[in-house]
Design a protein around this ligand. Structure first.
Ligand code: PRX
Length: 635
């Protein structure tokens, strides 16, 4: 069916119009023709953004792993499903075929069952980028357990918070992980986290770095012997389309991370459909997304979307700088990668290394270049386009979120003409709206406002685990009958969208969402700290970096600020993870506040970004005098 694969701009507009005029009919056709259902749905869509409630394909029965694995066995059994590229290039790549994936997922699923995991149970996966990560995700889905992958760079505290929030009884991890020339003691982090997770009964440990670790009697089990004894066959659990598939945590501007819940049927349809079109995927392509499966990009576009299309998906364990900054291009050359999907922060870091490291490699296999996670600046866009793409591989600057499950605004390569820094046009079925601060929709072109979505799409997150009220408050309360994204955007004269960045207190550092509140909470735990405020400021590689303003308790003596800075960053690293460390810490005697006591981050943001010409009216502040002091001592 042509609707499944869009090949030119006119077709895009035609299909888009159809998807907006008759969304139910459109998605029903896609779902019917391209997926394996045990039973068809009773109703395509039921929704109410006021409740809020969204249901797609209600009444349908399926298992997503039958769509991602079993159905390919007839025609693609010996095709590589997962192409594992290890941290150390000398270790050699591993090709896991669809047949082998089928067997390994069944073995893992059978082990989980033996350990007492049942449909609906939550399983925490804290595993580095090794095949066991993708396999454990699929094994959970196979038996209907809800996976909660926690990025294996998060700290023990961040891990325990997530384990407890969704009450996981089983944790999957590895002895350790490789990261360039370093090793990380993952099991040690898990042990520390589990000190505050009384409900975890079992820990399954994959062997990766062969380090000496302690195994807690009765709780910790080596994975491999269990797998070796498990059957390679197994039936997939029959799931309802609206059964939860996974929970994935994302930072909010306040409080605990939000456990976004994605369900099965709609998520599968949308991630598969977007994968096919946004990457113009063809049968013999080798697709590589450099994200970690610990983030939504990895869930949707390393695991589910590619496998649902029977694709070959590269899983890379390492980092772009090891053994040197040519590693990405070495992998592209070695595996003849056709679609390459990465983040602006990586592009900027690699662009700094100079052209020689790129020129040494043959990148002629590349057809599509993707960018995701944060706005891509013009310089990085051009470097990517010219130096990597040789001006012949279109860049898809794809905008989406953990909450949206799949790509929402993106050029379709070879279909949509690109424009630097613009995510361009809404994807099929997506109805964006720009709103002004008073809640009025800004119609027409050449407008700038808050980005909302008017109509549900199949992979929208259905709730926040255990807190539906927060889901409603965060996404459906700012604007009536709209999903609010938290981002600002411009719509240009031809209707192209450019995402300008977050309009809330989330800061994106190297493509990672960080909420200010949890970082401030961590800083405030330091016994010398009275108060703190975090803002973002421009950084040439990370996009944004963190600037902390800290006031100290008055104890009648001066302290060594350099030591305090180290201690504060250590606290942040322990509580959240190294990605949340501050680049700059300024000690001040006060923080600017409104008369109701709210910290004026707007002013601090301007000072941190050195935009002090127009601070706005500061006279209404509770303590206007501190603004000058902060400017005078600014770093
Ligand atoms: O601010 C937007 C930014 O990343 C946020 C979502 O982050 P997360 O849930 O971690 O998902 C990232 C990967 C899908 C968005 O609210 N963002 C994502 N993609 C882009 C972007 N900003 C600008 N341009 C993009 N292409």
């Amino acid at each position: 069916m042509s609707n499944y694969h869009i090949k030119h701009l006119e077709e895009y507009y035609q299909v888009y119009r159809k998807s907006v005029r008759e969304p139910e009919k459109f998605w029903e056709e896609v779902a019917e023709e391209h997926f394996l259902w045990r039973k068809k749905w009773d109703k395509v869509l039921d929704w109410d953004f006021n409740k809020p409630e969204v249901k797609w394909f209600e009444g349908a029965k399926l298992n997503i792993t039958e769509n991602c694995i079993d159905r390919h066995l007839a025609t693609r059994a010996d095709k590589t499903a997962i192409l594992f590229e290890p941290n150390d290039p000398n270790e050699g790549a591993e090709h896991i075929t669809y047949r082998q994936l089928y067997e390994r997922v069944n073995q893992f699923a059978n082990v989980l069952k033996q350990q007492g995991v049942k449909k609906g149970d939550r399983v925490c996966i804290y595993v580095p980028m090794i095949p066991e990560l993708a396999i454990s995700v699929l094994a959970c889905a196979r038996i209907g357990a809800i996976h909660s992958v926690v990025f294996a760079g998060f700290s023990a505290t961040a891990l325990s918070t997530r384990i407890n929030d969704s009450d996981c009884k089983l944790v999957i991890t590895s002895d350790g992980s490789y990261r360039g020339s370093k090793t990380i003691d993952l099991k040690g982090i898990v042990d520390e986290a589990l000190e505050s997770c009384p409900n975890v009964e079992t820990v399954l440990v994959a062997k990766r770095i062969n380090s000496e670790i302690t195994m807690k009697e009765g709780r910790d089990k080596w994975l491999q012997p269990l797998l070796d004894n498990a059957s390679k066959e197994g039936k997939a659990e029959v799931m309802d389309a609206e059964d939860p598939l996974f929970i994935l945590y994302t930072s909010g501007s306040t409080g605990l991370p939000k456990g976004m819940v994605h369900t099965t049927g709609g998520y599968m349809v949308y991630t598969a459909y977007t994968f096919k079109n946004a990457f113009q995927y063809r049968e013999n392509d080798v697709y590589w997304c450099t994200a970690d499966i610990g983030w939504i990009t990895g869930h949707s576009y390393i695991v589910y979307g590619p496998l649902a299309n029977g694709a070959t998906t590269v899983l890379f364990e390492g980092v772009p700088s090891y053994p040197n900054f040519g590693r990405f291009w070495d992998i592209v050359q070695k595996h003849k990668v056709t679609q390459f999907y990465t983040a602006p922060t990586a592009i900027r870091a690699l662009a700094k290394q100079g052209a020689e490291l790129v020129e040494a490699y043959d990148l002629s296999s590349l057809k599509v270049l993707g960018s995701v996670g944060e706005p891509i600046n013009e310089e990085a866009w051009h470097w990517y386009n010219d130096t990597i793409g040789k001006k012949k591989s279109p860049i898809i600057d794809s905008w989406w979120q953990t909450e949206t499950g799949g790509i929402m605004i993106t050029p379709i390569p070879y279909v949509t003409p690109t424009k630097p820094t613009y995510a361009t046009l809404p994807f099929i079925g997506i109805q964006p709206a720009l709103m002004d601060e008073n809640g009025k929709e800004l119609k027409g072109n050449q407008v700038e406002g808050r980005l909302c979505i008017k109509f549900p799409w199949p992979s929208i997150a259905r709730t926040i685990w255990g807190n539906h009220q927060r889901y409603k408050d965060t996404y459906f309360s700012a604007f009536e009958n709209m999903y609010f994204t938290g981002d600002g955007a411009i719509r240009d004269e031809v209707g192209y969208y450019r995402i300008t960045g977050r309009v809330d207190d989330v800061i994106i550092v190297s493509g990672h969402n960080l909420g200010t509140a949890p970082i401030e909470d961590a800083i405030n735990e330091h016994p010398a700290v009275a108060e703190s405020a975090i803002v973002g400021f421009p950084h040439d590689v990370k996009g944004s970096a963190l600037y902390g303003y800290v006031t100290l308790k008055d104890i009648g003596e001066t302290r060594n600020h350099d030591n305090l800075r180290i201690e504060i960053n250590q606290l942040i690293s322990d509580r959240i993870g190294p990605i949340a460390k501050l680049d700059k810490i300024q000690f001040t005697n006060g923080l600017p506040k409104t008369r109701s006591g709210k910290i004026m981050r707007r002013i601090l943001r301007k000072i941190a970004s050195k935009e002090t010409d127009n601070l706005g009216d500061t006279s209404t502040l509770l303590n206007p005098e501190c603004v000058q002091e902060i400017m005078d001592t600014s770093l």
